[in-house]
Design a protein around this ligand. Structure first.
Ligand SMILES: NC(=O)c1ccc[n+]([C@@H]2O[C@H](COP(=O)([O-])OP(=O)(O)OC[C@H]3O[C@@H](n4cnc5c(N)ncnc54)[C@H](O)[C@@H]3O)[C@@H](O)[C@H]2O)c1
Length: 335
């Protein structure tokens, strides 16, 4: 079997998870680590193997690179993905798909015209708890889905926003807690709930005003075409990073995700359905452990020439909802 060649662009905080996930795949070789800060690229190359480069365009000339991982800031995803897809490379990009909708749409179009595939890292869909919730909704075993609640309370301080210079700005991050931290939970809510018919919400900068342009706190209400509803509360202004909480209410029972465990409450009894796996090295626990599963699955689809499910069309859904909450918040303030 031919070895597939991989490259990673962006050797900042998330790249170790990509490098480690690739290193677990016997039929894939990590060939190039790119960062515009050459020192970072070289440090990553010496840690994980492969060559170092400071300009991603070098990849376009490389026939030995099949798959490219985008671990760069949000506003860099679209330009890179479009060029790489045009050159026939497969691209797996970190969330969010892009900083804005137009850029994300360009990525989706480029993927439609490429022999390469576009995958989006929304790794929480691979959590056993997420898969279990989805299966229970699909099976109808607890009756109709009535409502959902998602709570994301994390801590991001001034020091976090100072790193890299791209965070905390509309032009480069594309938003705050919603687009960067809560997008995983928002993505799960829309995956579970199906098409969304109405979005309301409000965003504020409660603690980091004067430090960041974007919101550190958000709440939103979603009404699904099915009639179900969901609420989301997200903040980066909490004292610590708490596990995400989810509540999924059905006609005949309720699922609770607490401390990364999933419980079913039904007929006055509570049953543990799943516990979290141990985190792999390089992963902060609140990022979850889905990266290695998602990346393995992406390569399997590439290898077998099958369409990968978490593609641009899927990845743009949560991004659209993020932007709709911003719009709802903006117009609510005008009224
Ligand atoms: N899936 C998750 O749970 C998760 C967790 C953390 C971060 N992320 C995502 O990963 C991406 C990167 O985040 P991060 O925290 O690692 O950021 P970071 O700032 O730590 O790293 C980004 C790196 O990209 C490099 N870079 C920027 N522009 C470049 C360019 N034009 N060419 C080459 N290199 C360039 C920077 O020098 C930096 O080293 C973001 O999309 C973020 O949302 C996802």
């Amino acid at each position: 079997m031919k070895q597939l060649g991989a490259a990673i662009i962006g050797c900042g905080s998330i790249h170790p998870l990509h490098a480690l996930s690739v290193s677990e795949l016997e039929d894939v070789t990590l060939r190039l680590l790119v960062d515009r800060d050459r020192n970072k690229a070289e440090a990553a190359a010496s840690e994980y193997g492969g060559e170092a480069a400071d300009d991603y365009l070098a990849i376009l000339e490389r026939e030995d690179i099949d798959v490219v991982h985008l671990c760069t800031p949000h506003h860099e995803h679209a330009g890179m993905a479009v060029e790489l897809l045009k050159a026939g490379k497969h691209v797996v990009t970190e969330k969010p798909l892009a900083a804005g909708i137009e850029a994300a749409e360009r990525m989706v179009q480029a993927a439609d015209h490429s022999k390469g595939q576009l995958g989006v890292v929304l790794q929480n869909r691979y959590n056993e708890s997420s898969q279990t919730i989805y299966r229970i909704i699909e099976s109808g075993e607890l009756g109709r889905l009535v409502g959902m609640k998602g709570i994301v309370t994390w801590h991001r301080n001034e020091g976090y926003y100072a790193k890299g210079g791209w965070r905390g700005k509309w032009a480069t991050e594309g938003g705050g807690v919603l687009i960067n931290q809560a997008i995983h939970t928002l993505d799960l809510l829309q995956w579970f709930g199906g098409p969304v018919e109405a979005v309301r919400g409000s965003v504020t900068t409660d603690v980091l005003d004067g430090v960041i342009e974007v919101e550190d706190t958000a709440h939103a209400h979603f009404r699904f075409a099915s009639g179900a509803t969901a609420i989301l509360y997200a903040t980066n202004a909490y004292a610590v990073n708490s596990p995400v909480e989810l509540e999924i209410v059905f006609e005949q029972g309720t699922l609770h995700q607490r401390r990364d465990c999933l419980y079913l409450s039904r007929d006055g009894r509570e049953t543990l359905l799943c516990e979290p796996p141990l985190a792999i090295t390089g992963a902060k626990s609140y990022w979850g452990t889905g990266h290695r599963l998602m990346i393995r699955d992406f390569y399997a689809h590439v290898r077998e020439g099958k369409k990968f499910w978490l593609d641009g069309t899927e990845g743009i859904k949560s991004l659209r909802l993020v932007k709709q909450v911003y719009e709802a918040s903006r117009t609510a303030h005008i009224k």
